[in-house]
Design a protein around this ligand. Structure first.
Ligand SMILES: *[C@@H]1O[C@H](CO)[C@@H](O)[C@H](O)[C@H]1NC(C)=O
Ligand SMILES: *[C@@H]1O[C@H](CO)[C@@H](O)[C@H](O)[C@H]1NC(C)=O
Ligand SMILES: *[C@@H]1O[C@H](CO)[C@@H](O)[C@H](O)[C@H]1NC(C)=O
Length: 242
């Protein structure tokens, strides 16, 4: 995947992208998360997720900028970036394997981003610190006429973990696991990250995206059940563990 000129250079190599449906055509030739793209349904769309301390996403401690913006100087920090190319309007589950990468050790927050002139970035989401790790997220891409307008995290207010004693509800929005349960911290749980993607709005032909309506009904861990190869490594272990 060509990444012409992001200011950030480190790539988290250990990720996989799984789509529910194979798509036939991809007419989008923009492969950098720092360049603007205009998409139609069935195109691929490239975006990035940067991992860093919360403060490093803000310029002058006040304005949140895109990680592509050189003023943030993320490239000179320990920030890590993963780049993904899901199919537009297909529900996908991204996974980031944490067996060699612990988000807490690079600052613990992540921001999803894409575009340059029309730069969109999510607010920083807490992923992990020494005590807790949040392993499941839902990210919504909101488009208007094929241009990305907004990226935001959909939360379910801890509905998916209420009553489960091994989860901790942080800030009334995220189900977190104690890091000492994670495999790379001496426990038995694979604390890899799973990010469910959905698309809302319209493509460049003003066709309405549908995946948002499906994801509206999803809760924090619901998509994991659809992927048999992940069921064992992600969901199955939770059932055993909790
Ligand atoms: C940074 O923030 C301070 C205080 O809010 C302000 O006085 C200063 O002008 C800002 N600097 C830049 C480069 O924006
Ligand atoms: C992460 O990588 C480890 C080691 O390669 C593997 O055992 C584990 O199943 C992977 N987890 C996921 C969710 O892919
Ligand atoms: C980790 O994050 C949680 C939730 O924000 C916070 O309550 C806790 O104090 C943090 N722990 C450490 C060691 O930073």
């Amino acid at each position: 995947m060509a990444i012409p000129r992001p200011t950030i250079s480190l790539i988290v190599a250990l990720f996989t992208l799984i789509s529910l449906v194979e798509s036939t055509s991809d007419t989008n030739n923009v492969f950098s998360p720092c360049v603007d793209a205009s998409v139609q349904r069935s195109d691929g769309f490239t975006f990035g997720i940067a991992f860093a301390p919360r403060t490093s996403f803000f310029f002058n401690n006040s304005v949140q900028l895109s990680p592509c913006d050189r003023r943030l100087s993320l490239s000179s920090s320990t920030a890590q970036v993963a780049v993904f190319r899901p199919k537009v309007d297909e529900i996908s589950l991204l996974t980031i394997n944490t067996s060699n990468f612990f988000p807490g050790s690079v600052g613990g927050y992540m921001v999803a981003f894409a575009g340059r002139r029309y730069a969109a970035r999510s607010i920083p989401a807490f992923v992990a610190n020494d005590t807790f790790i949040v392993t499941s997220f839902t990210l919504v891409h909101e488009f208007r006429k094929g241009r990305l307008q907004n990226l935001y995290w959909k939360r379910d207010g801890c509905a998916s973990c209420s009553g489960r004693s091994n989860f901790v509800c942080l800030n009334n929005q995220d189900c977190a696991i104690r890091t000492n349960n994670c495999r790379n911290r001496g426990g038995s749980v694979d604390c890899s990250l799973g990010i469910q993607l959905a698309f809302s709005g319209t493509d460049k032909h003003e066709t309405v995206f549908n995946s948002w309506y499906e994801v509206k009904n999803l809760r924090q861990y619901s998509l994991f059940n659809l992927y048999s190869n992940l069921r064992d490594s992600l969901t199955g272990q939770y059932n055993r563990f909790f």
